[in-house]
Design a protein around this ligand. Structure first.
Ligand code: AMP
Length: 175
């Protein structure tokens, strides 16, 4: 019998050569557009974190926000956004990072997470791990602890989890 996550997997659309040649982009918008699948994803993500003493969800721009915000609400937690350079209005901490297609700088507000908090970093997809590792660095710079890195999808061939040391790494679907 197909599980709810099998149905989520079936909705993920492969888009070749986006945003540049050679990248097989995993498009999760059909999952977001299907109420049962979207709820199943938030159910599963929240089940992985519930009861483990997390203080906050930290979500990575921009697709991480789509999953992180309902997840935080479901768990009764606040959410801290991590964004690309120049998007956040207040004082920020910055980290440079490498990703599957290019490099960039991530920022978080200096007060987005509080010292001593245990947070879960959430994004839609783990590829090379550079983005999530940079997000972890920002959390640690703020004096907080990364308790978990949690993704909807993990691209196993890219071994991104090897960059994410010192915390549990979990994904709903391995592709
Ligand atoms: P990385 O830093 O390589 O782990 O890249 C992760 C970030 O880039 C996530 O925010 C993803 O949304 C996005 N990303 C990277 N590769 C892909 C891909 N093949 N399909 C969809 N999103 C991707």
């Amino acid at each position: 019998m197909a599980t709810a996550l099998d149905q989520v997997r079936a909705l993920i659309r492969d888009v070749p050569d986006f945003p540049q040649p050679g990248i097989l982009f995993k498009d999760l918008t059909p999952v977001l557009g299907d109420p049962a699948a979207f709820r199943a994803v938030i159910d599963e993500l929240s089940a992985r974190l519930r009861g483990k003493g997390f203080h906050r969800i930290v979500a990575i721009e921009s697709r991480g926000f789509l999953f992180g915000a309902p997840l935080a609400d479901r768990l009764g937690l606040g959410i801290a956004p991590i964004r690309k350079l120049g998007k956040l209005p207040y004082k920020t901490e910055r980290v440079q990072y490498a990703l599957e297609y290019g490099t960039g700088i991530l920022e978080a507000h200096v007060d987005a997470v509080k010292p001593g908090e245990k947070v879960a970093i959430v994004d839609d997809l783990l590829a090379t791990g550079g983005t999530a590792a940079a997000a972890g660095e920002l959390v640690r710079k703020a004096g907080a602890t990364v308790g978990a890195y949690l993704f909807v999808v993990e691209l196993l061939a890219l071994h991104g989890r090897e960059k994410l040391r010192g915390a549990e790494v979990d994904a709903l679907l391995a592709l």
